[in-house]
Every structure is written in structure tokens, then in C-alpha cells.
Design a protein around this ligand. Structure first.
Ligand code: SF4
Length: 702
């Protein structure tokens, strides 16, 4: 069989690299970096280059099931519709929920959200993106008046100072990290600073590493803001013309972080290092500040984000080459989900439940009979509502919350009690799948057809290159078929993902929606062939910017009512969970270089297991002595919520009193105890994002 070569997008992180795939009639047999894609310019990291080894028909979920029995699609969807209708009739639309995923394509997300919020009438639609970047969403909205990421990857080539906060880009955004390495090699005067409690692989590039006490990020950025003012490094004209709230933000920064020696002591970093960071930040115009889950996954993540943005607004450093605050999203389509309203507090096209006008506008556009009127439950309260019995039916798509959510044992209890658990999944064996009443086999990467948006607002095509195995179907098709059975056929009569994308693009320009910054209306008239040939493009894409927009806010206009950006007064908060005498170790969690999420795909490639083959507990040498554990010994972390098993790795890259565990391994591997079982469901009150970087536990050797 002749092979075909096609361009698509990698599904393993928010960098969104272009992939050239070679296929036979059943599977992808080889991949290489797409030299035409601006995100990666021909490169792939270890995970991306193993795509053909981690996907394919082996281990796939092939047949729909109801209560453990295999059925065809017709019977399965009829049963699903009947059971959902009965629950809605008896308990109301608020008794059903969806829990989605940044793995879904934008078109899947769009129809799921439309069905729930416009037609069933429930806003209980949240996504695992809540665990990834929801603090950034709120931070951007507070500062800019919209969920608007200002920068482009190209800015890396122009920056003179790159500050990475809570980001191990070397492992988690490798292609961007390589671009940073190249930028520094081309211009050795470029400075790189890493702010992270751990000395990660990213520190290899850093001129300066601040191994701060976890949770002190906002303190450090408040100190920078105070120093910018004291040393005359503000852009007063920019502050005057384009911002509001500066005085209150500065007062807060002076009060909480006006004394550098005091900040250095509280953040537990050398004063000279902090002085150096402040000096570079004050004197370097082209400064890029990257932040990721180390900032977002915090009970005060939103404030941390705004403390960073404050420093950029006070210096006018955004909207121009080589500068700005830059959120690195974790998932391949976390941004696309945000565009179509995949979060419980959003509607679609960057409209939300904050204004009756938005609800009315989206309702009229959809011609929706049962428009939800208020925001739904975010991820943690959503599963709590399931446990209480308030939510009777939940549809989980493309995610494994039994492993990834905090207090994972409680999530299990909630799903065990739930009247109807529906799971759309492409893999045959996941922890969460065991609890499903109705199982829907979904198509996966290389089979699905649609779009994703990466961390620089670039919309790219994921292309269906091979047919789904067995009876697996596309998520958008499954949702639309259910909608038809619920009596909403006319509004879900899409022939293809291109149809859905055009509607999404039309909504973005409907009744001057451009006032919120998200607008892709120039793509609303794409033909099917045009959609299929769509080149990667950065939104907004409208009549005045038909080729897209690399950088936002170049004109100093923002999307707040006044048109000015907002600085916020930030009072740094300590993390919710602190070690104590019973649970003396602070537990941090994160990714490792070669695995993705709960390993349902990357765990299949032997070569990706060579980097780390087992779950581990990284610990400082003095703590190893204190807890009487030795290198490579098996040990257990435990607390009042659960336990985690791993092999000890002694490392002086770790701060004393703190341990690091990878998030990937599941109960299926350890029998009991994945990383999620150790973390309390503490959330940022503004974003609802859980604090997955700060748990506490005791350690014992096994
Ligand atoms: Fe895929 Fe991310 Fe690696 Fe690019 S950097 S190849 S998107 S995992």
C-alpha cells in the first residue's frame, strides 16, 4: 500500500508543533517535524517524534457498551438519550454535567458546549483545562478585559531578558526551550532567569536561578514593581495613557515587598540573586516573562499572574517585539477550548455569564430553547456536586479524572455513587473507564479532523489521516447524534467539522463581538477545501487583519470598559497547605520529559519509558537521611487523603523539606496511589484552579 504524507499538529503540549505524518491505510507509520509550521519550523521533541509509536489501533476501545454489554451505536445512543431525558425530566437540566478535555478539538468542544448550555440548559460544563491555565484566564481578563495572550513565539528571537516562572520549559515545552537556547546562542548577551523551587533541566540555560520558597512568586514580582518605581524605571507616559490602578498596585507592592532584604528572607533566596534579577528587570526593555503551572496551580494563582502582568504594564513592555507576559499552556487545545466556552463560567466566543447581553446574544445566535442563565460548577465543585447526588449524570470526554484531579479517592467515591456515568474515550483501559455505565469509543489523534489553538493563539489543523478503528466515532458526531435524539436535530445538523468551524467563526463576529478581542470572522466563509488547506494562523483574524495578528495591544488599546489595562493591588498569600508535625514534607507534582498526562498513550512506547520507567519521589539528601530512605528504595508518601508509591531518587536539585513526584502514573500501575490522591482540593477562589503544586505528606520506606 502506498504511503501518504500529510500535515497535522502534535497533541502532546501547548506548543502545538506541526507534524508531517506518513501513513498506510491503517496507521501513522512515521512522523517528522513540519518545516512549514511556524511553531516548530521542522523540529519535534522526544514525545512528538514518538507519535507513531504511541498511537495506532492497539489497546483501543472499539465498541460502544451499555452496562457492560456491547451494543451498536444506534442502541447505545437511544439508551443514552432515554436515560438522560428521564434524569432531566425528574431532576431538571442542572442534574447533568460534562467534564471535557484540552485534548478535544475546537469543533468537539463547540458542539458539546452548545448542546449543554443552549439546548439542555445546564452550564455544568467544565474541563481538565481548569487544572492547567484557568488562573491565567482570570488574570488576563482582569488586566486586559479579555482572555488575551499578548505575545508570539517569535518574541523569543527579540528578547534580551527571558524570565521563566514556575516553568520547566526544557521538559514541558521543549521546542520553545530549544528556541530560547538558540536565541541565547545567537546573542550571548541575552539573560535567562529561572524562578522555580527546583533546579530543573531548564536551569541549565539560566544565568540566574532563584530556588524560591514555594508560593513566594507574587512577593518577588511585587518587589520588582516596587524597585521599578524606586529606581525610575517606570514608563510613566505609558502608565498614564494606557493603564489604570497603578497607584493602588504600587502601594500594595511597597507595603508587602518594599524592602528587598526582607523579601529575600521571606522567599528564602540569596539577596544578591534577587538584587541581580531586579537590576536586570529594571534595565532591560525587551523582557519576556514566561509562566506556567508553577504559577497557575496555586490557591492564589490569579494574583500571581497579575503580579507578573503589573510589572509589564508599569514599564509598557507588551505589544512590541521581544516583550510581554507569556502564559505557556499545558494542553494542545487549552486555548481552543477557551475560545468556544469550554469552561463552566464561559459561554462562547469569549463571552461569559457576566452580562445578560452575552447570554441573550449567544442564545439568539444559537436559537437556543433552553439557554443556561448562570455559570455552572467548576471542576472541583462539579465532582463535589456529583458526590452530594445533586448531579445525577456526567459525561466525561477524553480525560482520566480518577488520576488527574486532586483528592482522587473522593472523585472515585463520587463517580461510584453517580446514577449515570458516560465516558467517551479512545483507549480501552483507563482508571475512570472502569466506572462507566455507558462507554462511547472515540476517534483519536491522526483520525480526528478539526482545529486546535496553541499558546501563541495560533489555530492549526489536526487532520484525519487514517480511519478510526472498530466502531470508534468522532466526538462531534457522537454529540450531534445524541442532540438529534433529544429533539435538537436542526441545530446540530452539521455535515463536517468545517461546518462547525464556520459557525464558531460567525459567532465570533456576531453583533460586533470584536469588542472582547476574540474575532475570527474572516474565516467564517471558508469553503470545505479552504478549511482543509487552512494554514496555521494567529487570531484575531478579521477584515482588517486577514492574515492574523502576531501581537496584541500594539496600539495601547485594551478591552476593558475604559480601554485601559488594569494593574491590580496584590497581597501575596501563602499556599493553603503547609507541612506540619504529622505531615512534615511539602509535596510538589509535575510532568516528566517523556510522558503525557496519565500515560494512556505515551506509556505504550518503550523508548519513552527509558527516561523514567517508574514513579519516583525526588528528595534532598538530608531529608533522605532524616527519613531513613536510600537511593532507588521503594517508599510511600501518605497523608489523610491517600498514598503514593514511588522509588526514592536522592537529588540536591530539590529544596530541603520538599519532595517532587511525577503526575503521570495511574492506579493501574501502582495498584493504589496516584499523585492526585495526595492533594487536597484547595482552589484559587477566583479561577477555581486547584493547588496541585503544594500538598503535604509523611514518608516511610517500604
Ligand atoms: Fe509535541 Fe510539544 Fe514536543 Fe512540540 S514540543 S513536538 S507540541 S510535545
Amino acid at each position: 500500500m502506498a504511503s501518504l504524507s500529510n500535515q497535522t499538529t502534535c497533541p502532546y503540549c501547548g506548543v502545538g508543533c506541526g507534524v508531517s505524518a506518513t501513513t498506510n491505510d491503517q496507521r501513522v507509520i512515521a512522523v517528522s517535524g513540519d518545516g512549514e509550521h511556524p511553531a516548530n519550523r521542522g523540529r519535534l521533541c522526544v514525545k512528538g517524534s514518538a507519535l507513531h509509536e504511541t498511537t495506532g489501533p492497539e489497546g483501543r476501545l472499539l465498541t460502544p457498551r451499555v452496562d457492560g454489554q456491547e451494543h451498536d451505536w444506534s442502541v447505545t445512543l437511544d439508551t443514552l438519550a432515554t436515560r438522560l431525558e428521564a434524569i432531566i425530566r425528574q431532576h431538571g437540566p442542572g442534574s447533568v454535567a460534562m467534564y471535557l478535555s484540552g485534548q478535544l478539538l475546537t469543533e468537539d468542544y463547540y458542539v458539546a458546549n452548545k448542546l449543554m448550555k443552549g439546548f439542555i440548559g445546564s452550564a455544568h460544563v467544565d474541563t481538565n483545562s481548569r487544572l492547567c491555565m484557568s488562573s491565567t484566564v482570570v488574570g488576563y481578563k482582569r488586566a486586559f478585559g479579555g482572555d488575551l495572550q499578548p505575545c508570539s513565539y517569535e518574541d523569543i528571537d527579540h528578547a534580551e531578558l527571558m524570565v521563566l516562572v514556575g516553568s520547566n520549559a526544557a521538559w514541558n515545552h521543549p521546542i520553545l526551550y530549544q528556541r530560547m537556547v538558540a536565541a541565547k546562542a545567537a546573542n550571548p548577551a541575552v539573560k535567562v532567569v529561572l524562578i522555580d523551587p527546583r533546579r530543573t533541566a531548564t536551569a541549565d540555560l539560566a544565568d540566574l536561578h532563584l530556588a524560591l520558597k514555594p508560593g513566594s512568586d507574587a512577593l518577588i514580582f511585587n518587589a520588582i514593581l516596587a524597585a521599578l518605581a524606586e529606581r525610575g524605571a517606570l514608563d510613566k507616559a505609558y502608565v498614564e495613557s494606557h493603564t489604570e490602578g497603578f497607584e493602588a498596585a504600587l502601594e500594595s507592592a511597597n507595603t508587602t515587598a518594599g524592602n528587598l532584604a526582607d523579601v529575600a528572607r521571606k522567599a528564602d533566596v540569596p539577596l544578591a540573586d534577587l538584587e541581580q534579577l531586579v537590576e536586570w528587570f529594571c534595565t532591560t526593555e525587551r523582557t519576556l516573562t514566561f509562566f506556567s503551572q508553577g504559577v497557575n496551580q496555586s490557591s492564589s494563582g490569579t494574583d500571581k499572574v497579575n503580579s507578573i502582568i503589573n510589572c509589564h504594564l508599569a514599564t509598557g513592555r507588551l505589544g512590541r517585539p521581544g516583550m510581554g507576559p507569556f502564559s505557556l499552556t499545558g494542553q494542545p487545545n487549552a486555548m481552543g477550548g477557551r475560545e468556544v466556552g469550554g469552561l463552566a463560567n464561559q459561554l462562547a466566543a469569549h463571552m461569559d455569564f457576566s452580562q445578560a447581553e452575552f447570554i441573550d446574544r449567544v442564545g439568539r445566535f444559537w436559537q437556543a430553547p433552553n439557554m443556561a442563565q448562570q455559570e455552572g460548577y467548576k471542576a472541583i465543585p462539579l465532582f463535589e456536586a456529583i458526590e452530594r447526588g445533586e448531579i445525577k449524570a456526567v459525561w466525561i470526554m477524553a480525560t482520566n479524572p480518577l488520576v488527574s484531579l486532586p483528592d482522587a479517592n473522593r472523585v472515585r467515591r463520587a463517580l461510584e455513587k453517580c446514577e449515570l456515568v458516560i465516558i467517551s474515550e479512545c483507549m480501552a483501559h483507563t482508571d475512570t473507564l472502569e466506572l462507566a455505565d455507558i462507554v462511547l469509543p472515540a476517534s483519536g489523534w491522526s483520525e480526528k479532523n478539526g482545529t486546535v489553538t496553541n499558546s501563541e493563539r495560533r489555530i492549526s489543523r489536526q487532520r484525519g489521516l487514517v480511519p478510526p478503528p472498530g466502531e470508534a466515532k468522532h466526538d462531534w458526531w457522537i454529540i450531534c447524534e445524541l442532540a438529534k435524539r433529544l429533539g435538537f436535530g436542526q441545530a446540530f445538523d452539521y455535515a463536517s467539522p468545517a461546518d462547525i468551524f464556520r459557525e464558531h467563526a460567525r459567532l465570533s463576529g456576531f453583533e460586533n463581538n470584536r469588542s472582547r478581542g476574540f474575532d475570527i470572522s474572516a474565516l467564517a466563509e471558508l469553503s470545505d477545501a479552504g478549511y482543509d488547506a487552512l494554514k496555521p494562523i494567529q487570531w484575531p483574524v478579521h477584515k482588517q487583519a486577514p492574515e492574523g495578528t502576531p501581537r496584541l495591544f500594539a496600539d495601547g488599546h485594551f478591552f476593558t470598559p475604559s480601554g485601559k489595562a488594569r494593574l491590580l493591588p496584590i497581597t501575596p498569600q501563602a499556599p493553603s497547605q503547609q507541612p506540619d508535625s504529622e505531615y512534615p514534607l511539602l509535596v510538589n507534582s509535575g510532568r516528566i520529559r517523556d510522558q503525557w498526562h496519565t500515560m494512556t498513550r505515551t506509556g505504550r512506547a518503550a523508548r519513552l519509558l527509558q527516561h523514567h520507567a517508574e514513579p519516583f519521589i525526588e528528595i534532598h539528601p538530608l531529608d533522605a537521611k532524616r527519613f531513613k530512605v536510600t537511593h532507588l528504595q521503594l517508599a510511600e508518601l501518605h497523608n489523610e487523603l491517600g498514598r503514593y508509591l514511588g522509588r526514592i531518587r536522592i537529588s540536591d536539585q530539590q529544596r530541603q523539606g520538599e519532595v517532587f513526584i511525577p503526575m503521570h502514573w495511574t492506579r493501574q500501575f501502582t495498584q493504589e496511589g496516584c499523585s492526585g490522591t495526595l492533594f487536597a482540593p484547595m482552589v484559587d477562589p477566583l479561577s477555581g484552579q486547584p493547588e496541585s503544586k503544594q500538598g503535604r505528606a509523611d514518608l516511610r520506606p517500604l
